[in-house]
Design a protein around this ligand. Structure first.
Ligand SMILES: O=C(O)CCC(=O)C(=O)O
Ligand SMILES: [Fe+2]
Length: 276
């Protein structure tokens, strides 16, 4: 029997009692609904091969390769490896791998014309301490904005690119750097729930369309301050065998980046877009 347990005050739910390898369509429907309702869901106690993880991921949408080619699995380009090859040949810790996703709150794929609707991770190795993933609800962030900001941002788009204003693109191959920005509404309505959220990523946004530079900068600073609303967070403490999927349309996340670097923390990761 599928059991759904709420985890954070607003977002995050754990699902037990399923084996995602043998799910019928009728068994998947409540999982998809729980994901829309809770924004981030954790399916516990799974034991998967890569093809099984990909097959399950494809129930949520099209699985697309991530632009960071150097971290793709050599046989399965749709799989990004997190936490492998952390040490270089000289034995030095590669910070771009160790701290991947830990530089700040973000939403995955905002640099794309059509960003990833979801990101899903499967945990293969988890350190003895640290290494959580933090999530925060962007519906709550929108609701908590002062009316003045809601009015100012209605129908307004931001320009986003990989690396944003700092231009850090360490995980990209040279030929994949410096692509033109993508434009997205800053307070969109979710295509499936119809709820309005804040869509913002301080590490990827370049400017706010139609605003003079000083106002654009001030708005970006204010949104950075306000994007984490009270009680909007869920911090996931991983177990091996967890599948976690989050909705990039209405949440932000960051890796804690605080685990002992000599220990393994390894995930398979997929990026998911809407069905083509
Ligand atoms: O490793 C994590 O906890 C999350 C990393 C991240 O930001 C991502 O996979 O998109
Ligand atoms: Fe991320």
């Amino acid at each position: 029997m599928l059991e759904v347990t709420k985890m954070g005050p607003r977002i995050g739910a754990a699902i037990r009692g399923v084996d995602v390898r043998t799910l019928e369509a009728a068994g998947f429907a409540p999982i998809y609904q729980a994901w829309l309702d809770f924004n981030v869901i954790v399916v516990k106690d799974q034991n998967l091969t890569i093809p099984e993880f990909l097959a399950y991921s494809r129930r949520f949408g099209s699985v697309v390769p991530h632009p960071s080619k150097s971290t793709r699995h050599p046989e399965f380009p749709e799989i990004t490896m997190l936490g492998t090859n952390k040490f270089g040949p000289d034995g030095k810790l590669n910070e771009a791998i160790y701290r991947r996703g830990a530089e700040g709150w973000h939403t995955d794929g905002a640099y794309d014309e059509i960003p990833f609707k979801a990101t899903q991770l499967f945990a293969l190795a988890i350190p003895s301490r640290g290494g959580n993933t933090h999530f925060s609800d962007m519906y709550a962030a929108y609701e908590a904005l002062p009316q003045r900001l809601k009015d100012r941002l209605e129908g307004v788009r931001g320009a986003f690119c990989y690396g944003g204003r700092t231009k850090s693109q360490a995980l990209l191959n040279p030929e994949d750097r410096d692509v033109p920005p993508a434009f997205h509404l800053l307070t969109p309505r979710h295509a499936e729930t119809g709820r309005q959220s804040l869509y913002f990523d301080p590490g990827k946004i370049l400017f706010i369309e139609g605003a003079a530079q000083a106002e654009s900068d001030a708005l970006m600073d204010e949104l950075t301050e306000r994007m984490i609303a009270p009680d909007a967070e869920y911090s996931h403490t991983w177990d091996v065998g967890d599948i976690v999927i989050w909705d990039n349309r209405c949440s932000v996340h960051k890796a804690a980046g605080d685990y002992p670097p000599e220990e393994d923390r390894i995930h398979w990761r997929v990026s998911i877009k809407d069905f083509a």
